[in-house]
Design a protein around this ligand. Sequence first.
Ligand SMILES: [Zn+2]
Length: 677
Amino acid sequence: MIGRTFIRNFLIFLFIGSVAQLAFAAPLKYNEIDYDMTVRIDPIARTIEGKSIITVKNPREINLVLGQAFEVTEALFNGNLLGIGREQANQPHLWKIPFSFSQQHQFEIHWRGKLAQLDDSLGHQQTLRRPIAASGKTGTFLPDASGWYPRVTDGLARYKVTLELPAGQRGLVAGRLIEESESAQGYRAAFEFSHPAEGIDLMAGPYVIETQTHQNINNRPIQLRTYFHPQISNLSRDYLEAVKRYLTLYEKWIGEYPYTEFSIVSSPTPTGFGMPTLTYLGINVLQLPFIRDTSLGHEVLHNWWGNGVYPDYRSGNWSEGLTTFMADYAYKEQENSEAAREMRLGWLRDFAALQPGQDAALAAFTSRTHGASKIVGYNKAAMFFFMLRDELGETVFNLGIQGLWAVQRFKVTSWQHLQKMFEMISGKNLQPFFTQWLERSGAPEITISEVKKVPADSGYGLSITLKQSAPAYQLRVPVAIQSQVKTEIQWLDLHQEQQTFTLTLPDKPLSVSLDPDLRLFRQLAPNEAPPILREVMVNPTTETIVLTDKGEIRKIAETLASKLQQRAPKLIAANQQLSAAPTLIIGLQPEIDAWLAAKQLPPRPDEINKKSTAQAWTLARADGASLGIVSAKDAASLEALIRPLPHYGRQSYIVFDGREALEKGIWPMQVQQVKVE
Ligand SMILES: [Zn+2]
C-alpha cells in the first residue's frame, strides 16, 4: 500500500524557504496557512459548493489555485473584490499575490462545480495517475491534487473543514472530529487539523460508522472508527481490534501517537491510500483476510513516518523504507527468523532480476511509480534500515528512531536529518554508510576467494580472503565459521576490493560461509538464490521447448507458455543445445523424464509426487541460467494448468491435482561455502 504522498506528487512541490537545510533548525515561519472551509456535496447530482476563508500569516509571494472544473462565484482579498483568477473557462484559477510587508492576508473564495462520475472499474494505478475529484452514490473521493478547493501551493497548512452531505451519506477529511450531527435533512461534520498538513483529501459514501475509544500510552483517548460500506460492516470489529494492537506496538516502539483519531475508510475503487489519521482502502482489499495483518499496520505506521515526519522529496523519500522495515518486515521477524530471512531473500532476488537501466540510487526515489521503483524505494530502503540496525545495535537504533520522532515531528525531514540523528545518538560517523547506500546504484558483489589454515600459537589459525566488486564499499561482512561444535558468525570489516583476515579459533574449523543469513544488501551470486518459476516467466530471453509432436498437446503447451510469459513463446527444438538463456520445458511425464536423462540433468526431484496430475519445478544449471519444467499426465492435466500456474511464479516447485495446487515450495539457498582443506 502506499502513502498519501503519492497523490501529493502530482503537484510539483517546492518547500522553498519553508525549512532550513541545517539539521534540526526551526522552520522559518513564512506562509503560515489556515483554511476555514465549508463544503456541501451532493453525490447523486455530483455537485460541490464551497466557501473557504484562507488566512496567510507572514506572507511571502502567494499562489492560490483552484482546479479548472470549478466556477468561482465570489472572491475577496483582504475584504476587497478579487477577480476570478482566470480568463478562460478551461483554465485552472490562479491568484498570484506578490510579496508585501503585511502581517497577514485573508482570502474568501466561494466556488461550485460538477464532480466527475466515480468510476468503480478504475484500478489503483489508474486512480494514482488521474487525481480527479469524483463522486457518485457509492463513494466520493476528492484527492488533494485534484484541486477541489482553493489551495496555497507553497507550504503546509492547518485547517477546519465542515462537511455537509444528504441523508444516508457520511464523510470525512483527516483530522479531529469536532462536531457531528445527523437529521432527515442530512449529515454534517466538522474536522480540525491543527498541525501543519500537506493537503486535504475528502471521502464520503453510504457509510456505516462504528466507533470505539482506545486509551493511548499516556492514557489519552483516541477515537477509532470504521467508515465501511454496509456490505462489509461486519468486518468493523476485527479491524478496530487490529488498529489497537498496532497503536500499542508503535507507541511503545517510537513514541505517542500524534493524533486523537484513526479511521479505516472503505473505497468503492480498489485503491490503498494512507493519510494522517486514516487509511482509505478498497472494499475488495478490506475483504482480503491478510490485510489487517500486513497493510493495515503499514498504513497505521505512516502516521509516524510520512504523515507525522514528512519526507523531504528534494533529497529522496526515506519514509516508505522505514515504514516497510518497521511494519511488513517487522511482522516477519515477529513470526520467526526464517520468515524474516525469506523476505530479505525476496528483496535481493527481485533486485538481482532488475534489467539494466531499471536500477537507481535510493536518494533518487521519491514515490512508487512502477515495480522497479518499489524494489529500490521500499525494499532496498528497508534493507538499509536493517543494515543500520546491525551497525548500531538494536538499542541504539531504537533510540535513534525515538529521537527522530521527538525532534522531527511535523517537520519536513531529509535523509541527512536521519543521518545526523543516528550519529548524534550513536556517536559514530555514519557518512560513508549513508553515502554509499543512498547515492550509489547497484550493490556490491562479494565472494570468498580463499580460505586456508595458518599457524597459530594456540587453537586453530584460519585466513579468509574476501573480494568485492570495484569501487569498494565499506562493509561489515558476516561470515559463518562451522566447526564440529558449533557455527559462529564473525564480522569482517571489508573496505578494499580484496582483503585477507586472519582469525584464531578455539575449535577446528570445517567450512566458511559468506553471509548465509543475508544481512547485507548485495548482488547474489549465480545459483545462490534458489531458482523460482518466475525466471522463465519474466525474463525476456527465455526459450521454450515443447516435448511433443501430437498436435493437440502441442497447442495446449504453446498456450500455456504464452500465458506464463505473457507473449508469444520463443520456441526451440527439443534436441537443440541449451543456450545460456533460461528455458521453459513442457511435456508429458515420460517425455520429460527421458529428456532430462538425455541431457544428463538431475531427474525429477523427490518433492514432486508422481501420483499427481501435473508438476512444475525449477532446476539450476551450472552456468546459472535456470530451467522451468512443466510435466503433465495427459492433455487435460496440462490444460488444467493454464489458469492457475501463472500465479505461482514465486515457487520453486508445485504439484497439481487438476487445477488445485497440492504442494508447493522453494528450494533451499545455495550459500557460498568454502571447505577448510
Ligand atoms: Zn507506504
